[in-house]
Write a protein that binds this ligand. Structure first.
Ligand code: F0G
Length: 458
């Protein structure tokens, strides 16, 4: 008999979960105004809201925490982080920040001005938020294939080079501060960008003299897909692939809460000393002195170790297999999701699962509420609520895809939990014909409304 796959770790510390009743959940979700961000974590059985900062650290990372150096300036932990960034990613200059959006805030304070245009593959919401907050705009140049959830394509995060070149041609160079490529592309479904595509983007960046930035939260998962899907990379180590990916870019922002497997932290890395100096000013104003930037020494130590662990094939293999396992269960039940399975999450195609709920009543959010009621599973809407209103017309934006994301925290849940989530979703799917009414918004913030939106049942 073929011996099945198992992860190469065992569990040393556990955390209890509360199994609630449907009646309790009915009450709690109403109190949370049908916004799953408003739930207490104790009201959730399996939390697939995000893979950000929710992973389990290793014994090596916890050991590194104990050796954190909490000096205000020149901390040894800062130098550990510097060394890891240099060896793993190849950058000479970096600034720590408290998380990914802080890195965006600091860097964009230097680079983005009103009227600018930032092309890329589907920008993440905080990235888009930081661009639009500065009265600039984000232009999505993702390949059209990403818009069809049922189409199998190995690199649905890829940029359509023609679309990108059209933007680069349409605006004067001074209006395009950089090209922003998100690896993997969260918004299109945790989908990777191929090395060939990265090379093509880099060639355009050179041709037009526009710098290239990686929004790198899940860069290691991107490298895993290059290794397992792109010809010529099958025998290269993840670390080697990572070095090649980053060699094409001028700078990166990082939410370390993802692929560096820490609970908090981020950074910006640069090749240009000049840009590093300019960004340092904002880092000191917004984040903290340049050798800690909003992080504690122990967190910087855990991050340095996490960057090393997160770029090991064996770890990534177990992680991405677990996401694929959820995908396989949904295949069994006939539930449509963005194919193939992403690196950190499965993105359910809510328009296919709840076809009777009108888009103005937010089908993906409706599905999120139903899944919570069914099994205490918390997921997140990646649809019209997240897309916000158009900053100029103030009309709701309805993106091509209306998705429900089930994000899998790293090294946190077992496959039994995955089976529970899949079964709960199947139960909702089986009664989909009865779900005809969605939700309406009763309060929303002017930007990034999804975090605090309040809703009622329609
Ligand atoms: N970029 C990407 C691609 C992200 O997915 C995130 C966060 C950020 C930047 C911002 O980083 O949260 O550390 O400030 N994504 C989380 C998620 C929140 O649930 O996907 P942050």
């Amino acid at each position: 008999m073929e011996i099945p796959y198992a992860e190469s770790f065992r569990i040393k510390m556990v955390e209890p979960l509360y199994r609630s009743t449907r009646e309790e959940r009915e009450r709690w979700i109403k109190e949370a105004k049908y916004n799953l961000f408003g739930l207490k974590s104790s009201q959730v059985f399996i939390d697939l809201l995000t893979d950000s900062g929710t992973g389990a650290m290793s014994d090596r990372q916890w050991a590194a925490m104990m050796e954190g150096d909490e000096s205000y300036a020149g901390s040894a932990s800062y130098f550990n982080m510097k060394e890891a960034i240099k060896t793993i990613l190849g950058f000479d200059y970096f600034l720590p920040t408290h998380q990914g959006r802080a890195a965006e805030n600091v860097l964009f304070s230097v680079l983005v001005k009103a009227g600018d245009v930032v092309p890329g593959n589907a920008h993440f919401d905080t990235t888009k938020g930081h661009i639009e907050f500065r009265k600039a705009s984000a232009v999505d140049c993702t390949i059209d294939e990403a818009g069809d959830t049922q189409l199998e394509h190995p690199f649905k995060g890829n940029v359509d080079l023609n679309k990108l070149e059209t933007v680069l041609k349409a605006y004067p160079k001074e209006k395009i501060p950089f090209i922003c490529i998100t690896i993997t592309c969260n918004t299109s479904g945790g989908q990777p960008v191929s090395m060939e595509n990265i090379r093509g983007i880099a060639a355009l960046s050179q041709k037009y003299g526009i710098p290239l930035l990686f929004d790198s939260a899940r860069f290691a998962e991107n490298a895993y897909f290059i290794k397992t899907r792109e010809k010529g990379y099958e025998n290269k180590t993840i670390k080697k692939i990572v070095r090649e990916m980053f060699q094409y870019v001028d700078m990166m922002t990082m939410s370390s809460k993802k692929d560096a497997i820490v609970n908090i932290g981020g950074f910006i890395a640069f090749r240009s000393e000049q840009l590093f100096r300019e960004a340092s000013i904002y880092n000191i104003m917004f984040e903290g002195y340049i050798t800690y930037g909003g992080m504690s020494g122990r967190d910087m130590n855990a991050l340095a170790t996490g960057l090393d662990e997160g770029t090991e094939f064996d770890y990534l293999d177990g992680r991405i297999r677990q996401v694929a396992y959820l995908g396989a269960k949904l295949d069994e039940y006939g539930i449509a999701y963005q194919r193939p399975a992403g690196g950190h999450a499965i993105f359910i195609d809510a328009l296919k699962v709840l076809p009777h709920v009108p888009r103005e009543e937010f089908p993906a959010q409706t599905l999120a509420v139903e899944l919570y009621l069914e099994g205490g599973i918390r997921s997140t809407e990646i649809g019209a609520i997240l897309a916000d209103r158009d900053p100029v017309t103030r009309e709701n934006r309805y993106p091509q895809l209306e998705l429900l994301r089930l994000a899998i925290p790293r090294r946190t849940y077992t496959n039994s939990h995955i089976e529970v989530a899949a079964a709960a979703l199947k139960n909702v799917y089986d009664r989909r014909d009865k779900i005809t009414h969605g939700l309406k918004i009763v309060y929303e913030a002017p930007i990034m409304r999804h975090f605090t939106v309040e809703m009622e049942k329609n």
